[in-house]
Design a protein. Structure first.
Length: 76
């Protein structure tokens, strides 16, 4: 387990140390989830948003019309 100190700013912002960002592939715009556990905080990078980048890439490639018109569904 990596342990590194940080400082919370007056605006409530916290900088994730570079070594940890690199190890977890957390970059600019990466969404994170905070979880309160045993008197502390756990921070988890969220990867689900990356799927949204691919929405619609097959449009217009001759797929059956009913597939192209199918409404978007939420992932669970």
């Amino acid at each position: 387990m990596n342990q590194t100190d940080g400082v919370v700013t007056s605006k409530g912002q916290l900088v994730i140390p570079a070594k940890i960002r690199r190890a977890l592939r957390i970059g600019r715009g990466t969404r994170v989830r905070f979880e309160q556990i045993d008197g502390g905080i756990a921070i988890y990078p969220q990867r689900a948003y990356e799927v949204d980048r691919f929405r619609g890439i097959l449009a217009g490639l001759g797929l059956p019309a009913d597939l192209e018109r199918e409404p978007d569904r939420e992932l669970r």
